[in-house]
Design a protein around this ligand. Structure first.
Ligand SMILES: *Cc1c(COP(=O)(O)O)cnc(C)c1O
Length: 220
């Protein structure tokens, strides 16, 4: 299957209101252009340096999403162009994004990453910390960032019941804060579990290998 066919098939499955982030990490410019040529504009990368190199070479109407773990000292490299940062997992990081956004005279949209997997290796806030984070945000006026939603990654397991439970727990956290915090994005679901994620309420999926094929290099 070609990248364009994969993309078309995937899009035909998505109902109105569900956004697709095409995860192009480790993939060459030519592959991204193939998706671009059939009208796709939202791409996700997990390394700031790689994303920035690609951003410089590719058309400027691409919306770049940072989906990986973000190191504070690298925020400055993407602050001028990044469209959405999915993996915000500390207040310190939010403050740094705010600072760099201010320098670039723009507002950067962010998602708070919530730790839903049983594995301890995945980053993110615990669901019960999210309240405190929103309280903090009310006090500190970080006027150059906007928290527009939540993001989560389920456990890497064949156990669909467990994955479902994890997605539903994130949906619950989202529902609690959605109207008071004016949230509009719930980013969950990847190649192996996006259908389940959508069934559990996701409205933004991040799909890589189902579009671009398996990656040769490890994802992290
Ligand atoms: C790599 C990655 C994806 C996409 O993974 P696939 O299984 O290739 O679809 C989605 N989200 C994050 C955070 C990733 O790092």
């Amino acid at each position: 299957m070609s990248i364009q066919k994969n993309l078309e098939f995937l899009k035909s499955q998505l109902s109105e209101g569900i956004d697709l982030v095409a995860v192009s990490k480790t993939k060459p410019i030519e592959d991204i252009l193939k998706a671009y040529e059939v009208g796709h504009r939202i791409f996700g990368e997990n390394k700031i340096q790689e994303m920035t190199q690609k951003q410089e070479l590719l058309p400027k109407d691409i919306q770049w999403h940072m989906i990986g773990h973000v190191q504070r000292n690298k925020v400055k490299y993407m602050a001028s162009y990044v469209s959405l940062i999915h993996g915000v997992d500390s207040l310190k990081l939010l403050r740094e994004i705010n600072k760099q956004a201010l320098k670039n005279k723009r507002v950067i949209d962010c998602l708070l990453q919530v730790h839903i997997a049983q594995e301890s290796s995945k980053f993110g806030f615990d669901a019960n910390e999210i309240n405190a984070v929103f309280d903090e945000l009310k006090e500190n006026t970080l006027s150059n960032i906007r928290v527009v939603g939540l993001m989560g990654m389920a456990s890497f397991t064949e156990n669909k019941d467990q994955v479902k439970e994890e997605f539903l727990s994130l949906k619950k956290t989202y529902d609690i804060h959605q109207s008071s915090q004016k949230l509009s994005i719930l980013s969950m679901g990847m190649s192996g579990d996006y259908e389940l994620a959508i069934a559990c309420g996701s409205n933004m999926i991040r799909v890589g290998s189902r579009i671009f094929g398996e990656r040769n290099t490890p994802p992290l």
